[in-house]
Design a protein around this ligand. Structure first.
Ligand code: ZN
Length: 192
């Protein structure tokens, strides 16, 4: 995210749709640059960093083999979600493992500091993430939760699943850092 790669550096080795090699040896390029797109990412850029909104650049490519358009961006982006996967993991770990109040988690993760009185004690975005986890639309690796589970229990299971995905050399870190790292390992966290 700190230095966007150029069109050659980010060119996919293979087309994810048809398997065509992007740069076959001794032949013409098969995956061509197809412009750039920018999108917003909310959350924190690093564990314990300040909440912020960043603008990042995604590179687009077109496969000559099958005409698919391929979007390449930093790891940890989620299609359809403004917050990055690591930032969501961090928030769910603070809430589910750290047992912090939703309002406190929001202050540490959300770049928006103005909250109406009706939502001062909760955070609708956090609820939306948890509903998506239950519906397996977010962090689909998480085992199904029993229907009577409280939001904090769902958040804890989600965060612990991500902790388990972190690299073993990270074990000395606090659990919320490990959840952050586990979320960056997810290959399916692909940008659009
Ligand atoms: Zn293709």
């Amino acid at each position: 995210m700190s230095r966007p790669p150029n069109v050659d550096e980010a060119r996919p080795k293979r087309c994810p749709a048809c398997g065509t090699a992007g740069r076959p040896a001794g032949a013409a390029l098969q995956i061509h640059g197809h412009g750039r797109r920018s999108r917003q990412v909310r959350g924190l850029a690093s564990p314990d960093g300040p909440p912020e909104t960043r603008e990042i650049t995604l590179r687009r490519y077109r496969c000559l083999g099958c005409t698919a358009v391929i979007v390449v961006g930093p790891m940890g982006l989620l299609r359809g979600w403004l917050y990055s996967a690591p930032a969501i993991a961090w928030a769910l770990a603070l809430y589910g493992i750290g047992k912090q109040a939703a309002a406190r988690v929001r202050r540490r993760v959300s770049p928006w500091s103005i909250v109406g009185p009706a939502s001062a004690g909760s955070w609708t975005t956090l609820r939306r993430w948890l509903r998506a986890v239950v519906a397996q639309r977010l962090f689909a690796e998480v085992r199904r939760c029993p229907p009577d589970w409280r939001p904090k229990q769902i958040a804890e299971r989600t965060a612990m699943t991500l902790v388990a995905a972190a690299l073993s050399s990270d074990l000395a870190l606090p659990l919320e850092h490990q959840a952050w790292l586990g979320a960056t390992q997810l290959r399916r966290a692909i940008a659009m």
